[in-house]
Design a protein around this ligand. Structure first.
Ligand code: PMP
Length: 461
């Protein structure tokens, strides 16, 4: 049966019967049914009903170069014809994987000279955790196995990473977090008692890390793990200088730092990596999403040279971590072309231009009666809706603002990420034009005005 022979209705029925969706209530998805997407060009997506919407979320914060980049398609096709697969096991390699490793390690912060390729972000984080455990065993410090991460953090859905994640959905029913996974408060300026004072927000994070390490014992803590901007927790933007202060604290406390740039990597916040802006060089750096802009699955775990050399010296036997598709040549060829587009194809430069319009529209929407907070850096941001701007009170869960806003924005022809706590996230492609940014905000503002007109929302104010 070819896909052309299926009616739209039968596609939705087959989906309902057979396809398990990520982070979905099984019954909830059956009731809702799938929104089947069919094609895309630039900033625009079209579904099987012919509805066209502007994508202000770059798929899932990943299609940084926008849809319809022919040169990326050509790079993948050429590689598939020439060599569709090569393993990295048994000392084999392919040219695209080697070239990508060389180009990326020249661009990542100093010291991150080694890279292990994965299929996405979850296994990049999982790889980092496994290497960290291996490292401390290799250097004879087997007690250093405890990990500290942030509340509201997201580090993927692997068995190890989902416990460093601090979102209830990922813990509930999965016996997480594990005993070795600890969390400290998020640097969330809007919800911090001294949120207007950057230095105070930074100091309280440093103090929280110091206190947690003291409580567990410095001889037992392996690493601190964080995103430079917390994406899936609701685009929580720490003050400038926060990442650097945490790097210094990790060094002082004798623990490793794993920076998870799966969302913030590849120009999302302006520079190629968010670490760059703060002059931070972590011991491990994880990326995915923008690495291939979603045109093929790939992630990467970068390892600092001092870790690599210690493992190399201490472990003459094989380090038992690997995947069939690590360094997949088609994904690597895609990654090389996407990297070229960022730098030579003007994508980062365009992101900077449109980023200025993004900032203008963000500042303007702050005046809306429902908007409590706006936060952004580069082409990543969120607005947080509140029922009372003075007390910053949110909305009752029964009002189901996340689901409601998802439906309303879709009806108004724009895709944004609507979180359950009434946060609306934006991560448009870096190729978005200023005019397209205006379309996005006009549609979101229309949605906010419609929401304000709804009786139960009015009653909640
Ligand atoms: N880390 C972070 C910071 C992420 O945002 C994500 C994905 N949203 C992941 C890890 C997991 O990546 P993936 O979904 O590609 O496994």
């Amino acid at each position: 049966m070819s896909s052309q022979s299926l009616s739209n209705r039968s596609l939705v029925e087959i989906d309902r019967a057979h396809l398990i969706h990520p982070v979905a209530s099984f019954r909830g998805h059956e009731a809702h049914g799938a929104r089947v997407l069919q094609s895309a060009e630039g900033m625009w997506l079209t579904d099987i009903e012919g509805k066209k919407v502007i994508d202000a979320f770059a798929g899932l914060w990943c299609v940084n170069v926008g849809y319809g980049q022919d040169s990326v398609v050509e790079a993948a096709a050429a590689q598939m014809r020439q060599l569709p697969y090569a393993t990295g096991y048994f000392h084999f390699a392919s040219e695209p994987a080697i070239r990508l490793a060389g180009e990326l390690t020249a661009l990542t912060p100093a010291g991150l000279d080694h890279v292990f390729f994965t299929l996405g972000g979850s296994d990049a984080v999982d790889s980092a955790i496994r290497y960290i455990v291996h490292y401390f065993n290799a250097i004879g410090l087997p007690d250093k196995k405890e990990f500290i991460a942030l509340e509201w953090g997201y580090h993927g859905s692997s068995s190890n990473g989902a416990g460093l994640t601090a979102l209830a959905n990922f813990h509930r029913g999965f016996d997480l977090p594990r005993k070795w996974q600890h969390h400290i408060a998020s640097p969330y300026p809007y919800r911090h008692p001294q949120g207007d004072d950057d230095a105070a927000v930074i100091a309280s994070s440093v103090a929280a890390l110091e206190a947690k390490v003291a409580q567990i014992g410095a001889d037992k803590v392996a690493a601190f793990c964080c995103e430079p901007i917390q994406g899936s927790g609701g685009v929580i933007v720490p003050p400038v200088g926060w990442l650097k202060a945490m790097r210094e604290a990790c060094t002082r406390l004798g623990i490793l730092m794993l920076v998870d740039e799966v969302i913030t990597g590849f120009g999302r916040t302006g520079p190629l990596f968010a670490c760059e802006a703060e002059g931070v060089s972590p011991d491990f750096l994880t990326v995915a999403k923008g690495l291939t802009s979603g045109y093929a699955p790939m992630g990467a775990c970068f390892m600092a040279d001092h870790i690599y050399q210690a493992i190399a010296d201490a472990s003459p036997l094989p380090v038992g971590h690997g995947m069939t598709y690590s360094g997949h040549p088609v994904s690597a060829a895609v990654g090389l072309e996407v990297l070229r587009l960022y730098r030579e194809g003007g994508v980062l430069a365009n992101g900077a231009v449109t980023g200025a319009r993004f900032a203008e529209r963000m500042e303007a929407v702050k005046a809306h009666p429902l908007v409590g907070d706006v936060r952004y850096r580069g082409m990543l941001g969120a607005i947080e809706l509140v029922s009372n701007k003075v007390t910053k009170a949110g909305f009752a869960p029964e009002l189901a603002l996340g689901d409601r806003l998802t439906q309303m924005t879709w009806d108004n022809g724009v895709i944004v990420r609507c979180f359950a706590n009434a946060v609306i996230g934006f991560a448009p492609a870096l190729t978005c034009s200023p005019d397209e940014m205006d379309i996005i905000f006009d549609r979101v503002e229309l949605t906010l005005n419609q929401l304000l007109d709804q009786p139960d929302i009015r009653a909640a104010l």
